[in-house]
Design a binder for this molecule. Structure first.
Ligand code: PGA
Length: 251
């Protein structure tokens, strides 16, 4: 069975003490609840204090990015083993901000996935179309191309070892979100592609999250769709008043 997941991507936000306070709220709420699985993705410098606040709660620590190499002259980058050493269990790969602002190609994203898949970090692969692509009616073509290129030569023998996040680029941080129907259609399409590639048993076990302006008031409707297994939340993950109701929407 695939898992329901609510993930908070803090991006480059919060002070160290705000990060600790927020984690304490989340950890106190979650305690030993495991459904949905809650993952938080703080900026790297906050890993240790955040991990301290997570304490024994069932909250997983994730990283917002990783490099494809294990070590070397890559100023400013962080490797998979460094993340694992600090207690990370999940890593976002291919977020649209990495693709659009930092020029990450599908080839580079594929190299990162090759590095991480099969190890102890579970990748959260982000895919999604731009507004222009949606208006040109080529959303499915774009999604198919990303799945083909990003997952090229990636073996998945256990559906729990990868998470996909469908994040329409036009919905991220804009306050616009895909209608539940639009999102479900793309999620079902993605599951079909995964089924063609890995077989239906593995595809059925892969959690596909929706991301893009998820808020408490749209979470319940989005999450009630059969192929929407959770949410990757940006802005609304920065305050407990918004994030905890989204967790509750998945319970
Ligand atoms: P948003 O961000 O919820 O602020 O739209 C989502 C994301 O970028 O993962």
């Amino acid at each position: 069975m695939r898992r329901k997941i609510i993930a908070g991507n803090w991006k480059m936000n919060l002070t160290a003490s705000e990060a600790q306070d927020l984690t304490r709220y989340i950890a106190t709420y979650v305690q030993d609840r495991t459904d949905p699985l809650v993952i938080i993705f703080p900026p790297y410098p906050y890993f240790s204090p955040v991990n301290y606040e997570i304490n024994m709660a069932s909250v997983e620590l994730g990283a917002q990015n990783v490099h494809s190499e294990e070590n070397g002259a890559f100023t400013g980058e962080v490797s998979q083993s460094m993340l694992i050493a600090l207690g990370c269990t999940y890593v976002i790969i291919g977020h649209s901000e990495r693709r659009a602002i930092f020029g990450e190609s599908d080839e580079f994203i594929n190299a990162k996935l090759k590095r991480v898949t099969g190890g102890s970090l579970t990748p959260v692969l982000c895919i999604g179309e731009t507004l222009e692509e949606r208006e040109q009616n080529i959303t499915n073509d774009r999604i198919k191309q990303q799945i083909e290129d990003d997952l090229d030569e990636i073996e998945i023998s256990n559906g729990h070892k990868i998470v996909i996040a469908y994040e329409p680029v036009w919905a991220i941080g804009t306050g616009k979100n895909a209608t539940p129907r639009q999102a479900e259609d793309v999620h079902a399409f993605i599951r079909g592609l995964l089924s063609d590639k890995y077989g239906s048993e593995i595809a059925d076990d892969i959690s596909i999250l929706y991301g893009g302006s998820v808020k408490p008031d749209n979470a319940v409707e989005l999450l009630s769709n059969p192929n929407i297994d959770g949410a990757l939340v940006g802005g609304a993950s920065l305050t407990p008043d918004l994030f905890i109701p989204i967790i509750q929407a998945a319970e």
